[in-house]
Design a binder for this molecule. Structure first.
Ligand code: HEC
Length: 250
């Protein structure tokens, strides 16, 4: 088959270097993004690796209980005698009223068992429990991501990712050996996946069943990125040079 005009095999070395440099930097950026996801969302359920539970915890929250209760039954278990832990948990379940903080002796339990680490003086960078507000915040059901954080992250992602995929797609447009239907599909996929992914964050905030959509959206984007990346680099540097070149390489 004769192909006329520009394609990735014959665009000439300077453009190849430019395209490849760009692809390398966004490729590293992509790996960093995946690493960050593993460390933040990936750990949400306490286990390493990204799972549906992680996504539910991150966006919907863990509405089965409060952070204080989870910690008192988990990593903070050893820090107070059972009797005192139960008193705190009961107080939290009753609504964590400030008026009952003193009358039920909860303030003393905190002073005796928690402030050693959870105070500004302890300098451990932990939430300061000498400030009631910090206890109250952790005594409310965990409802996941807040609307303001979702709005912030959504708009940053939409702008940033559209920008990246515009250029990755623009390079891949010049691939020589990919049928037009497949090319169109792969170029559109990250944009569609992105909108799906971000809609799914908001939907998951209301119903955990949508967590699956987050995974499908994210995977679609990753697959399209990897495909465009490898095909582009392959055609530029490994594929046979196309003789119908319009740019003289010498
Ligand atoms: C020996 C030091 C120490 C003591 C005493 C201690 N904690 Fe902690 N606490 C930590 C550390 C370290 C973390 C962070 C790691 C983690 O979340 O398990 C933490 C985290 C927490 C968190 C999660 C805070 C957040 O916003 O992520 C809660 C809630 C908590 N502790 C409650 C308590 C309560 C209630 C007590 C008293 C009964 C207590 N802790 C006593 C060291 C301590």
């Amino acid at each position: 088959m004769m192909v006329k005009g520009y394609n990735l095999t014959n665009i000439g070395t300077p453009l190849k270097v430019l395209f490849t440099s760009y692809l390398c930097v966004v490729g590293i950026g992509y790996l960093m993004a995946v690493t960050q996801i593993l460390f933040t969302h990936g750990m949400a359920d306490g286990k390493f690796g990204l799972s549906v539970d992680d996504i539910v915890y991150s966006y919907y929250g863990d509405r089965s209980g409060t952070l204080i209760e989870h910690k008192l039954n988990g990593s903070m278990k050893e820090n107070a005698p059972d009797e005192d832990r139960f008193k705190i948990i009961q107080w939290v379940r009753d609504g964590a009223e400030e008026s009952e903080f003193k009358s039920r002796g909860i303030n003393e339990i905190f002073e005796n068992n928690c402030l050693a680490c959870h105070s500004a003086e302890a300098e451990m960078g932990l939430p300061d429990f000498s400030d009631f507000k910090n206890i109250k915040e952790r005594s409310e059901a965990d409802t996941g991501a807040t609307f303001s954080s979702l709005a912030r992250v959504s708009h940053i992602h939409l702008f940033g990712i559209a920008f990246i995929f515009f250029f990755v797609g623009a390079i891949f447009v010049f691939a020589k050996n990919v049928p037009v239907w497949l090319k169109g599909l792969v170029i559109a996929m990250p944009f569609v996946s992105q909108v799906m992914d971000i809609s799914a964050w908001w939907l998951t905030k209301f119903d955990p069943v949508f967590a699956w959509l987050v995974i499908i959206g994210g995977s679609g984007m990753g697959a399209a990125f990897a495909f465009m990346w490898f095909v582009s680099v392959y055609e530029m540097w490994i594929s046979k040079h196309d003789d119908t070149s319009v740019i003289d390489e010498h």
